[in-house]
Design a protein around this ligand. Structure first.
Ligand SMILES: [Zn+2]
Length: 180
């Protein structure tokens, strides 16, 4: 998708992360599925909407991927409109990771160069991992590789993520060979 559609969702998952509860990505996906939200490929914007988080797609400097911020009591995710749509999806999932895991610690997360696998800031590494867990759930990821295709572009298309994100995910899950 060239532009992330703006859609208000009637579903509401915000209770799942209230009171500082760190909701695991697989539990979040399970709840999303029960609410009728498509999980593969993940309708990540609808998922954000189900937490009452506003999503904006706006042009930003190239080195900025996006941010999560609290403005007048409203959490908002902004994604760089000039980046590839697949990268925008990863950014959105990353910011959603900050929202679920870290929003009690900080009211503004500004992100640059999200795709570095050697991220040393623990919160950033955690948000990257959360995004990968949401967009490429481990059971589905393993199943696809083992039963459908080991081709990186096939996997990237299936989960609607970049080839780079697939490579990082495959490496972190212990896959090697077959171009992975
Ligand atoms: Zn971040």
């Amino acid at each position: 998708m060239a532009v992330i559609k703006r859609r208000l969702s009637k579903t509401n998952l915000s209770h799942l992360t209230s009171g500082g509860h760190r909701l695991a990505a697989d539990k979040l996906l399970e709840a999303a599925k029960n609410q009728g939200i498509q999980t593969v490929p993940l309708d990540v914007e609808r998922l954000a909407g189900s937490f009452g988080v506003k999503v904006k797609v706006v042009p930003m400097k190239d080195e900025v991927s996006g941010h999560l911020s609290l403005n007048d009591g409203q959490w908002e995710i902004a994604v760089n409109a000039l980046h590839h749509p697949k990268r925008q999806r990863f950014t959105l999932a990353h910011e959603l990771g900050h929202y679920v895991l870290h929003r009690w610690q900080c009211q503004k997360f500004e992100d640059t160069k999200l795709f570095r696998n050697n991220e040393t800031n623990p919160m950033e590494a955690e948000a990257n991992r959360y995004a990968a867990d949401l967009l490429m759930p481990e059971p589905e990821f393993r199943n696809y590789i083992n039963t459908v295709s080991k081709n990186i572009n096939d996997i990237a298309d299936y989960f609607d993520v970049s080839a780079y994100a697939v490579r990082v995910r495959a490496k972190n899950l212990g896959f090697s060979g077959h171009g992975l």
